[in-house]
Write a protein that binds this ligand. Structure first.
Ligand SMILES: [Zn+2]
Length: 202
């Protein structure tokens, strides 16, 4: 059985969508599934156990609330956010946004070992939610343009902001290795590209 089919997985997803909605963020169910699935796979990889085991042993009914507080950063987790309008993107720009989010995930994954791990995890989970929302928006579009929900625009901005800032300061790196002979991407080039892509969500 896939972990997504586990009743506990589905209960946590429903509770997570509700917790986000209490905080004024409308989160698509597929995006919430993406967040939980990426968390499970992250911990399963680290603990070297199956995702099912992580779900059974380490995730309980407190997860949706705890994670929503982290995920929806607003007024210390108690206030409501202002509503961000949905936005329409040309397909090429939607693809640029997807690529930028993937780059942010790469940076966060490569940096989890030496930078602030919670921040890296949060960036990975937020980017996963955005990618899921973008994918759903591309698939379900009825016009040539892609309409992205405001909540996803906001998450994308937060993730890309953090990634550009951390890459610029050198705390997030392009690769987890310390091999000087390995040809790494120039951090400055990565930062400049992220800053260009950020213009899409400003
Ligand atoms: Zn390397």
């Amino acid at each position: 059985m896939a972990v997504q089919d586990d009743p506990k997985f589905q209960q946590l997803v429903v509770a997570f969508v509700e917790e986000c909605s209490h905080r004024g963020v409308r989160l698509d169910r597929a995006a919430a599934e993406g967040v939980l699935a990426s968390q499970l796979s992250l911990y399963a990889g680290r603990a070297r156990v199956s995702e099912m085991e992580v779900l059974e042993r380490y995730f309980d009914e407190r997860w949706p609330r705890r994670f929503a507080v982290l995920f929806v950063r607003c007024d210390g987790g108690i206030g409501r956010r202002s509503v961000e309008p949905d936005r329409s993107y040309a397909l090429a720009n939607a693809c640029s946004l997807l690529t930028a989010l993937a780059k942010a995930v790469e940076l966060a994954v490569a940096s989890g070992g030496h930078a602030d791990r919670d921040e890296c995890d949060l960036a990975i989970a937020s980017a996963a939610a955005c990618v899921a929302e973008l994918g759903a928006a591309v698939r379900s579009r009825t016009t040539p343009d892609v309409v992205l929900p405001g909540s996803a625009v906001r998450f994308a901005r937060e993730v890309l902001d953090v990634a550009a800032e951390r890459a610029a300061s050198g705390s997030w790196r392009c690769c987890w290795c310390s091999d000087v002979r390995h040809e790494h991407e120039q951090p400055q080039v990565v930062v400049e590209q992220l800053q260009v892509d950020l213009l899409l969500v400003r």
